[in-house]
Design a protein around this ligand. Structure first.
Ligand code: GTP
Ligand code: MG
Length: 445
């Protein structure tokens, strides 16, 4: 029995067609695959083409493959038929045979037509940034929810690319790294109905999982512990900081997308206040929208946080772009109003501090090296201070005709003491925002 890299058997034991199985299963191959990186510079991108290809190369290494060269073309617009211009296609064909590369990786998401035209002409594997990121996510998903989310994103990508594609898709392949899909696939008849059915099934399973997650989330809210979410670009050091803040052991690695699953841990701050720290999946420049959609429910946790810790790798020359990409995603997720503390991490690697502007309203900037022992103390002191600013203690006497306020008080505040007296309900609570304004008139003198 052959075994794919997912460790699953390639025999059909799940009731799905052989064709569908082949969509997912990789045969192992000893050789590390080599690719040419291809980018079109339209000069309205957020970062330079070289920087974008540096990142693409890092993604490729993370996926287990290797880059053997770069081709950059300056064009006013991306060619809608072939991504790059015809002249460059010729050049790439020559380079492919000179370098012995297995295929090309394009720095943007290709349309089905571009994919078909490129692979027909070049007769090699054609992979795009989206597929590469999806591939990494597939290798790295561990929890049930993570696996469901990634499979959904993969199938959504594939389904749109099946339209009008015959054998080309098999050449395009899914795998990078040391693995490739089986030879049987050249005759692959894609079973679209099966994919659609599987997509429906995944969606309903995800709905169940996210219903459970919502329940846990609302339980957490009831617990009234403030939620502090660590967000930021991939590889910024979120998990490293999370681990030292909470004494946990979430995987931290010098690889892109080490964390795919949200982890939540309690911690007690110096003031005695308990908070919930949340570690999240990292963002990246041109993050495939299929993934943003698939991970939306997980990422939305960030939108519900009381404080966001935006962790930035300050030593990375691309830090400005990374901050902007992260903030734009946060806005998209509806987290624009959550107060942000900015953590400029990896100070130990900063040789010469160049100016860096924060592209949003920040509650403060803290410079740390998450690897150093005192980093967590500094961060938690800053969180403590911000939370203290955010909510206030109120001593209230609520007359009985106003007792309808009890419901929002319990929902949105922290009740420290509650007593029913002849004059009314006597309370000591902690509250902020709207609730603070609501209860203010009932403060005892
Ligand atoms: N030199 C140095 N390395 C750090 C520091 N903080 C984190 N790292 C390293 O940076 C790499 C990435 O750290 P992670 O904590 O996995 O980063 P992350 O933000 O969780 O990354 P993803 O989960 O991929 O989004 C690891 O190799 C860490 O050891 C720091 O302050 N200084
Ligand atoms: Mg991480």
């Amino acid at each position: 029995m052959k075994t794919g890299r997912s460790g699953k058997s390639t025999t059909n034991n799940s009731g799905w067609s052989r064709e569908y199985q082949q969509l997912k299963i990789y045969d192992t191959e000893e050789k590390i695959q080599q690719f040419l990186l291809v980018g079109v510079d339209t000069s309205h991108a957020q970062i330079s083409m070289e920087a974008s290809l540096d990142e693409l190369e890092e993604l490729l290494t993370t996926a287990g493959a290797r880059s053997v060269g770069r081709v950059i073309q300056n064009l006013p617009e991306i060619n809608h038929r072939t991504y790059i211009g015809t002249g460059k296609m010729e050049e790439i064909k020559t380079l492919l045979s000179d370098t012995g590369a297995d295929g090309i990786i394009c720095d943007d998401e290709l349309t089905p037509a571009q994919l078909r035209n490129l692979s027909e002409y070049l007769e090699c594997k054609v992979i795009d940034r989206t597929l590469l990121i999806l591939d990494i996510f597939t290798q790295r998903a561990h929890t049930r929810e993570g696996k469901l989310q990634v499979e959904l994103a993969q199938l959504t990508y594939r389904l749109t690319r099946l339209t009008g594609l015959g054998t080309e898709l098999s050449r395009q392949g899914a795998a990078v790294g040391t693995h490739t899909r089986g030879a049987g696939e050249t005759k692959l008849e894609m079973d679209r109905r099966h994919i659609r059915e599987r997509i429906d099934q995944l969606k309903s399973e995800l709905m169940e999982v996210s219903a459970r997650r919502d329940m846990e989330r609302s339980k957490r809210k009831k617990g009234a512990y403030p939620i502090v979410a660590l967000v930021g670009y991939t590889n910024a050091g979120k998990s490293t900081l999370f681990n030292s803040l909470t004494g946990s052991h979430v995987l931290e690695e010098d690889k892109l997308f080490a964390t795919l699953d949200t982890t939540v841990r309690k911690a007690v701050l110096n003031s005695g206040r308990t908070v919930l720290y949340v570690d999240t999946v990292g963002f990246i420049h041109k993050l495939p929208h299929q993934l943003v959609n698939a991970f939306r429910s997980t990422l939305e946790e960030a939108a519900e946080a009381d404080v966001l810790l935006h962790v930035v790798d300050r030593s990375d020359p691309k830090a400005a772009m990374q901050m902007k990409v992260t903030y734009d995603e946060l806005v998209d997720l509806g987290a624009a109003d959550v107060p942000i503390l900015t953590i400029w991490n990896k100070q130990d690697l900063v040789k010469e501090e160049t100016p860096l502007a924060v592209p949003y309203k920040t509650e403060g900037i803290l410079k740390i090296s998450a690897l150093e022992a005192d980093a967590a103390d500094q961060v938690s002191a800053m969180v403590d201070e911000l939370l203290n600013q955010q909510d206030q203690e109120f001593h209230l006497l609520l007359p009985y005709p106003q007792s309808s306020l009890i419901e929002p008080i319990h929902r949105d505040g922290i009740v420290l003491q509650e007593e029913y007296t002849p004059e009314g309900i006597s309370l000591i609570i902690r509250a902020k925002g709207k609730l603070a304004a609501l209860v203010k008139p009932f403060e005892r003198n």
